[in-house]
Design a protein around this ligand. Structure first.
Ligand SMILES: NC(=O)C1=CN([C@@H]2O[C@H](COP(=O)(O)OP(=O)(O)OC[C@H]3O[C@@H](n4cnc5c(N)ncnc54)[C@H](O)[C@@H]3O)[C@@H](O)[C@H]2O)C=CC1
Ligand SMILES: C[N+](C)(C)CC(=O)CC(=O)[O-]
Length: 343
């Protein structure tokens, strides 16, 4: 990702402190009842389903002509899984209002989640528009997978209330949200967002430093790049790559992260022994990390490999299978109560 020319607002301008100035008028995160979701594709729609299941009133806007229909279908598809997890009191898909305009969606919102396509100019323009239309003192979060907020908040009149709230697909099942502000974000807005997501049932990592891709996507990207190299070089098939994780480290990663998992590789000696023993292999050529050229051949090989792996299952079948699997893992690892409440 290249960093664009910055036209950052003057941090000493009174506008840059608008959010702070209206803090006392801001709804405490635990009392928020009305959430707006702007952009309602895979992730925006997933956020809508999550917030509805948690009992919020949700307004949504998306410029696509068939967006309302698709969104309601996504919510209906997710609802059985959400019901099995346990709905908040009063939660209902009927509490969704798909509006005609962006301005209507955010007019009464107490929190705004932006989930538009991952294009820097588009995000910048949209956040500027959202900032202009959203009541003062309301935090606006972007679902961006990797742009630093500093690069997205360059043209907003009040950049101090803009934060990144990076979710994982599907946001109605995967608990993690990475929260981080930009150079011109008020740290109180970051703290407010973190508290809000926690109140909304998410697991939050708050980052104090901006790095493109945040934490989890940097880790995922390293694995993804190596997987593409292996497919491109004919070293492994798409199926081999998937099996190597689902039948291998993926099982452990659902229980503990890569750090603790590797500490156990050192036996009684823990991570210290693991480093003494396997440290030298860091110098072995086990990974390339530079991204391979995503040329037509590699593109086709990856797409065809996934079609073959799906073995006739539609995307809807795979989504249902994934959702059931994630719920089973959450349950089996004690991260869900008997009624499905997240711990
Ligand atoms: N797909 C994924 O696995 C994840 C995506 N994200 C991030 O979420 C964001 C959305 O990605 P997806 O939902 O995957 O994309 P998507 O393509 O499924 O949905 C994007 C939606 O935005 C709408 N849209 C287009 N222009 C717009 C505008 N100017 N204002 C508002 N909405 C607009 C489109 O009509 C579409 O419904 C991106 O920033 C992406 O990086 C974050 C985590 C995971
Ligand atoms: C593929 N992706 C980069 C958009 C993925 C994410 O951002 C997070 C996720 O759901 O894995």
């Amino acid at each position: 990702m290249t960093s664009p020319e910055k036209t950052s607002p003057d941090p000493t301008s009174p506008k840059a402190t608008t959010w702070k100035a209206t803090l006392t008028e801001t709804t405490p995160p635990e009392n928020v009842r009305r959430v707006a979701c702007v952009g309602a594709g895979v992730i925006g729609g997933g956020w809508v389903a999550h917030f509805l299941a948690r009992g919020y009133d949700v307004t949504a806007w998306d410029p696509a002509p068939d967006a309302a229909q698709k969104l309601r279908r996504l919510v209906d598809t997710a609802w059985p899984a959400l019901t099995s997890l346990g709905l908040a009191e009063g939660a209902s898909p009927d509490r969704l209002n798909v509006t005609e305009t962006l301005e209507q969606a955010v007019a009464d919102a107490e929190f705004v989640q932006e989930s538009a396509p991952e294009k820097l100019d588009l995000k910048r323009d949209l956040l500027t528009r959202l900032d202009a239309a959203t009541p003062p003192g309301v935090v606006i979060a972007s679902s961006t997978s990797g742009y630093p907020m500093t690069d997205m908040q360059t043209t907003a009149a009040d950049p101090s209330r803009l934060v990144v709230g990076h979710p994982f697909n599907p946001p109605y099942l995967i608990p993690l949200v990475e929260v981080v502000g930009g150079e011109h974000t008020d740290p109180t807005a970051v703290a407010w967002a973190a508290r809000f997501y926690e109140a909304a049932g998410k697991s939050v990592i708050t980052m104090n430093n901006e790095v493109p891709g945040f934490i989890a996507n940097r880790l995922q990207e390293a694995l993804w790049r190596e997987a593409l190299h292996m497919v491109a070089n004919g070293e492994a098939t798409v199926r081999d790559i998937d099996l190597s994780i689902t039948e291998g480290p993926g099982l452990r990663w659902a229980v503990m992260g890569p750090m603790l998992t590797f500490a156990l590789a050192g036996g009684e000696g823990g991570m210290a022994h693991m480093l003494d023993h396997f440290g030298p292999s860091l110098k072995s050529p086990w990974t390339r990390l530079e991204a391979p050229e995503l040329d037509r051949e590699l593109y086709d090989a990856v797409v065809a490999g996934c079609d073959e792996a799906a073995d006739g299952r539609s995307i809807a079948d795979l989504v249902a299978e994934r959702d059931k699997g994630v719920i089973d893992v959450l349950r089996a690892t004690g991260r869900l109560g008997r009624e499905g409440e997240a711990r």
